[in-house]
Design a protein around this ligand. Structure first.
Ligand code: COA
Length: 627
C-alpha cells in the first residue's frame, strides 16, 4: 500500500540543473527505494521501560521520593501497565507507525502557546558578502534557484537515501518540507502540504518585504525553474512595490494559537482573505527580504544572525516580516545575514540542513548569468481586507511578540579549540563528549543535576521522528560530581569514559526505538484513548520532574560553515542548547529566559567551553586555556 503511495507521488520532471552531490548518502538508491523495507517502530517491553525509567529518575529525586516512585512503578507494572501495553501492541500492528499521529497532535498541533521561539527553530547560514539592497536581492535570487534545484531531486525522487550508523533512513520528511504550512485553529491546528504530483502543483513562493506579502512565480510556463537573472528581476519588482511598510498581518502568526486561530477563522469569512491565505499555504516556501539595520558589533554577528532567524529582533525590526506558520521561510537580511526559520510539525533539523547545505553550495558556485527574458507573470501583491478588529489584534500581537523577544537571552558562538576530530582521536563519541560537557557545565553553575532532553532520530523506522536521549545519566552525574570535588585525573578519566559509554548506550537504545519517553507517552495516551484516567505513574511528581527538561539539547550537523540551529528553552528556568560539531570546531547556540534569575546564556556558554577544555585535559591532552 505504501509503495503505491510513493510511486504515485511525483511524476518525473526533467530539468538541466546545477546538481551538487550529497555526502553521507547511500549512492545509487532512489529516495523511496528502501522505504517499504524499513522496520516499524517497535513497542519496547514494559518491564524494560519501567526499569530504565527508575534508573533515569533516581538522580533527580531524594531517596525518599525515589522510594515512593518505585512503589508507584511496581504497582503500574501489575495494573494498568500490561493492559495498556496490549493496546499499544495492537496499535503497532494495525498502523504504519503507532506513534506518528499521536506525536503530531501532542507535540505540535495541540499545544496552544506561541510557536515563535518555543517551537520553530532558527538556523543561521554562512554570512554573505553583500552590503546593499542590490546585493541582498541578487543573493536571494540565487538562494531561490538553489532551493528549486534541491526540489527537483525531491520531485523526481532522486535524492539518495540517508543513513545513520550504516542503516537507511525514512525519507518522508523531505517530502514534507516544501509546499507545506501549519494552519491555525481555535482549539487545534492542522498541517497541510501540497505534493508535486497534484494536478496543479504550486509554482510560486511568497516574498515578504516591509510586511507586504507577494506571490512570486518561480517557474516558467513550461514549468522550468526561472533563471537567477529572472528571479532577480522579479525580486526587484517586489522591492519597488514595497518601499513603505504596511499593516503586518504576519505578526499574528506569533500569537498564542487560540488567539490566532480565532482571528484566522474570522478573517476567512472574507473571500479575498481566504483566497490569499490559500496562496500562502500552497506556496513552495516563504522568502523574507528583511529591513536593513546597522550591525554595531561584528564580533557578535553569529548571535545577531541567530536572533534574526529565531524571531526577527522585534516588531520594529523584522518580526512583522515573517509567516511563522510556514514550514520553511528563508530569511535574507542586511550585511549578508541570512538563514531560515522552520515550523516543526513535519520535520526535524537534518532534512532542513541537507537542503541548506545544497543551497549554500549552489549559491557559491552559481554563475552571474544574463539569460534572455523568460515568460513569467510579474509578482502579485496578496489582497487582504483587514477589519478594525484585526488591526487591533495586530497591535496586541506586536506587544506580545516584543515581550517574548525581550525575554529571550541568546548566545551563539564558535568554539574554536577543537572539534569532533579530537574526540575521535581519543576514541570517544564526539556527541557523547559534548553531552557530558553540557552536564558538567550545568552542574558547575547550578550545583545540581537537571533533567535533559537530547533528540535522537528514529528515522530508521517508517515515518520515524525522534526519541529522547536522557543525557543526565547516573554515570554522567557521578563524573560531574567527581570533577567538582577535584578528584585525581586517573579517577575522573575513568568516570568520564564510563559516562560517555553510558551516553552512547542510551543513544543506541533511543535510535533503535528502545528508550522510554515515547513508550511512556504511548501508555498514557492509550489510557486516555480508552476512557481511563491518567495512570498514577504519569501523575507522580517524579514523572513531572523528569519531564521538566532543564536542558533541551540537540545536535544538528551541517556541512556549511557558521551554520547553527537555535530554539528557546523548554522550561522557564532552563536552557536550549544546540550545536553543530565540525572536525576542528563546534558552532553552539544557547538560549535562556531573562525572567529567570538563575540562567544566563553567555555564562552557560563560557562554562561549557571551560568544561570541554577541562574534559580534554582529563582525557589526557595537555591544554593551555585560551579563555
Ligand atoms: N571512537 C572514534 N570515533 C567515534 C567513536 C569512538 N568511540 N564514537 C563515535 N565515533 C565517530 C562516529 O563513527 C562518527 O563518525 P563520522 O563522522 O565519520 O560519521 C562520529 O564519531 C560522530 O558520531 P557521534 O558523535 O557518536 O554521534 P552520531 O553522529 O552518531 O550522532 C545523534 C548522535 C544522537 C546526534 C544521532 O544519532 C541522531 O539521532 N541525530 C539526529 C538528531 C536530530 O534529529 N536532531 C534534530 C532535532 S530538531
Amino acid at each position: 500500500m505504501l509503495r503505491a503511495f510513493y510511486r504515485s507521488l511525483a511524476p518525473p520532471i526533467r530539468h538541466s540543473s546545477l546538481r551538487m552531490p550529497l555526502k553521507g548518502k547511500i549512492p545509487g538508491r532512489r529516495m523511496f527505494s528502501v522505504q517499504d523495507s524499513l522496520p516499524r517502530l517497535p513497542v519496547p517491553p514494559l518491564d524494560q521501560t519501567l526499569n530504565k525509567y527508575l534508573r533515569v529518575v533516581q538522580p533527580l529525586l531524594t531517596p525518599e521520593e525515589f522510594k515512593e516512585t518505585k512503589q508507584i512503578v511496581e504497582k503500574f507494572a501489575k495494573s494498568p501497565g500490561p493492559e495498556l501495553q496490549e493496546k499499544l501492541l495492537h496499535r503497532a500492528n494495525v498502523t504504519e507507525n503507532w506513534l506518528a499521529d499521536w506525536w503530531l497532535d501532542t507535540a505540535y498541533l495541540s499545544p496552544r502557546g506561541p510557536i515563535m521561539i518555543h517551537i520553530n527553530p532558527g538556523l543561521t547560514m554562512p554570512p554573505q558578502d553583500y552590503t546593499d539592497e542590490k546585493g541582498q536581492l541578487k543573493f536571494a535570487a540565487k538562494l531561490i534557484a538553489g532551493a528549486l534545484d534541491f526540489k527537483i531531486m525531491i520531485d523526481e525522487q532522486t535524492l539518495p537515501v540517508e543513513q545513520l550508523g550504516g542503516k537507511p533512513l525514512c525519507m518522508l520528511q523531505f517530502y514534507k518540507i516544501l509546499s507545506a504550512c501549519r494552519i491555525p485553529g481555535p482549539k487545534i491546528d492542522t498541517w497541510k502540504n501540497y505534493p508535486p504530483n497534484e494536478p496543479n502543483p504550486p509554482g510560486h513562493i511568497i516574498v515578504l518585504r516591509n510586511n507586504h506579502i507577494f506571490s512570486v512565480d518561480v517557474y516558467d510556463k513550461s514549468r522550468k525553474p526561472l533563471p537567477v537573472s529572472q528571479l532577480f528581476k522579479n525580486l526587484k519588482i517586489v522591492a519597488e512595490q514595497s518601499q513603505q511598510s504596511t499593516a503586518p498581518l504576519g505578526i499574528l502568526t506569533t500569537e498564542n494559537r487560540n488567539t490566532w486561530g480565532s482571528a484566522y477563522k474570522r478573517l476567512c469569512k472574507d473571500k479575498d482573505n481566504k483566497k490569499a491565505f490559500d496562496v500562502i499555504h500552497r506556496s513552495i516556501f516563504v522568502l523574507c527580504l528583511d529591513r536593513l539595520f546597522p550591525l554595531d558589533n561584528p564580533d557578535s554577528r553569529l548571535t545577531v544572525t541567530a536572533n534574526q532567524m529565531l524571531h526577527g529582533g522585534g516588531s520594529d525590526l523584522n518580526t512583522c516580516n515573517r509567516w511563522f506558520d510556514k514550514t520553511l521561510q528563508f530569511i535574507v537580511g542586511p550585511h549578508g545575514i541570512c538563514g531560515l526559520n522552520y515550523e516543526h510539525c513535519s520535520a526535524e533539523g537534518p532534512p532542513i540542513t541537507a537542503l541548506v547545505d545544497h543551497v549554500v553550495n549552489f549559491c557559491d558556485k552559481a554563475e552571474e548569468t544574463t539569460n534572455s527574458p523568460v515568460e513569467s507573470d510579474p509578482p502579485r501583491r496578496l489582497k487582504f481586507n483587514l477589519d478594525t478588529q484585526t488591526l487591533e489584534d495586530i497591535e496586541a500581537a506586536k506587544v506580545h511578540a516584543d515581550s517574548q523577544i525581550s525575554d529571550l537571552d541568546l548566545t551563539a558562538l564558535t568554539f574554536n579549540h577543537f572539534g569532533k576530530a579530537f574526540a575521535k582521536s581519543s576514541k570517544v563519541s564526539p556527541d557523547a563528549f559534548i553531552q557530558v560537557a553540557i552536564q558538567l557545565a550545568y552542574y558547575r553553575i547550578h550545583s545540581e543535576h537537571g533533567s535533559t532532553y537530547e533528540s535522537a532520530s528514529t528515522r530508521m523506522f517508517q515515518s520515524g521522528r525522534t526519541e529522547t536521549i536522557r543525557s543526565c545519566t547516573p554515570e554522567a552525574c557521578e563524573f560531574t560530581r567527581a570533577m567538582s570535588e577535584g578528584k585525581p585525573r586517573e579517577v575522573t578519566e575513568k568516570l568520564l569514559r564510563t559516562a560517555i559509554t553510558a551516553h552512547r548506550q542510551y543513544t543506541a537504545d533511543a535510535i533503535s526505538g528502545q528508550a522510554i519517553d515515547r513508550h511512556l507517552l504511548g501508555l498514557k495516551l492509550a489510557a486516555l484513548e480508552s476512557g481511563q484516567n491518567v495512570p498514577d505513574l504519569h501523575m507522580d511528581g517524579a514523572y513531572a520532574t523528569a519531564m521538566k527538561f532543564k536542558l533541551s539539547t540537540s545536535q544538528v550537523p551541517s556541512k556549511a560553515s557558521k551554520t547553527v540551529m537555535c530554539y528557546g528553552p523548554a522550561t522557564p528556568d532552563g536552557y536550549g542548547v544546540c550545536y553543530n560539531p565540525k572536525d576542528e570546531k563546534i558552532h553552539i547556540a544557547v538560549t535562556a529566559f531573562n525572567t529567570s534569575p538563575e540562567t544566563d546564556s553567555s555564562n552557560f556558554v563560557r562554562v561549557l567551553e571551560q568544561s570541554m577544555l577541562d574534559m580534554r585535559t582529563v582525557l589526557g591532552e595537555t591544554v593551555t586555556s585560551k579563555l
